[in-house]
Write a protein that binds this ligand. Structure first.
Ligand code: PBG
Length: 329
């Protein structure tokens, strides 16, 4: 005979007791909205990311207004560099009058309370689309790249960035950026380290959006981004970045790497963020467009999954919609 003195279904019977025993919740405070900014007028849709567009600075301010109104804590900025501004040395990355720097200043002037996160990596600025500077064989050189990343991070900090987020996976860059920020008086600038960033095929639509896909061609980033099979190595990366002065760490991509999020939270107990990347967004959008999945229900479930796995927040292209859905209840 089945023993039924504990019926698990009792607590699931009514909405009130389901709500009372819910362990993880998703709120607007958990959301960071990634935005693409270009040096042109108006908006340009990103075909592989329906609902996402590259924005002029004016359009960016409009989106920031909506995000602030929804009480989304922060935006993550991704500049789309015009081909003629790209170079082998990526010098546009630390141009104090560059697109990213102008966007930061415009955002902070109009919406001082809205957090601005910037990506520290050279891929939008290099002619070859790699995140760093390369030798003649195309190998990404670590130490000279770190020097360039320091210049870029300082330029973002001078423009008013609240959080710099090195997403390049070079060794030693967190310590170098931290030391330079301290020396330059930017003691409040936070570092969100993309500590466990994998060499993933899920970044495809993002590379379309920023135009690094064409530059990159058939090359990959496997000599610096992590192998998708590894988990212990991610813990070593995180330990190192924290030791070098990171305030928070990021796991990226998201959904296929929730085990890494959980381990990071359990082993380090620090603020952990996850990036629901472009490919994850594109998958959900495509299935929804075909009528195969319920977009709202699946997007909210996927975002809640990050919270359950231990993330403190999620970068998501669904952030604006999710905030609206959460508000509507
Ligand atoms: C590059 C960068 C990438 C993403 C964020 N920063 C792509 C890459 O490493 O090639 C991907 C984000 C996404 O797919 O949404 N530094």
């Amino acid at each position: 005979m089945t023993r039924l003195d504990t019926r698990m279904r009792r607590m699931r019977r009514d909405d009130f007791s389901r709500r009372l025993m819910r362990e993880s919740t998703l709120g607007v405070d958990d959301l960071i909205y990634p935005v693409f900014v270009h040096d042109r007028e108006g908006r340009a849709d990103v075909p592989s990311m329906p609902g996402v567009a590259r924005l002029s600075i004016d359009e960016l301010l409009r989106v920031a207004d909506i995000a602030s109104e929804l009480r989304i804590p922060a935006l993550a900025l991704f500049p789309v560099t015009a081909p003629e501004a790209k170079s082998l040395d990526a010098a546009a990355a630390w141009d104090d009058d560059g697109l990213c720097q102008r966007a930061i200043r415009a955002l902070k002037a109009r919406f001082p309370q809205l957090g601005v996160i910037t990506d520290v990596a050279l891929d939008p600025y290099t002619t070859h689309g790699q995140d760093g500077l390369v030798d003649d064989a195309g190998y990404v050189l670590n130490d000279v790249t770190v020097e360039a990343l320091v210049r870029q991070a300082l330029s973002h900090a001078r423009a008013g960035a609240d959080i710099v987020a090195p997403s390049d996976m070079m060794d030693g860059r967190i310590g170098a950026v931290r030391a330079a920020l301290e020396a330059d008086g930017h003691v409040h600038v936070r570092i969100l380290a993309y500590a466990a960033k994998y060499a993933s095929a899920f970044y495809g639509p993002f590379r379309d959006a920023v135009g690094s896909a064409t530059a990159l061609g058939k090359a990959d980033k496997a000599t610096y981004q992590m192998d998708p099979g590894n988990s212990d190595e991610a813990m070593r990366e995180i330990a190192q970045d924290l030791d070098e002065g990171a305030d928070m760490v990021m796991v990226k991509p998201g959904m296929p790497y929730l085990d890494i999020v959980r381990r990071a939270k359990d082993e380090f107990g620090v603020p952990v963020f996850a990036y629901q990347v472009s490919g994850e967004y594109a998958m959900l959008k495509a299935a929804a467009a075909n009528g195969w999945l319920d977009e709202r229900a699946c997007a909210l479930e996927a975002l809640l999954g990050f919270k359950r796995a231990g993330a403190d927040g999620v970068l998501s292209y669904f952030a604006l919609d999710a905030a609206r859905w959460l508000r509507a209840g």
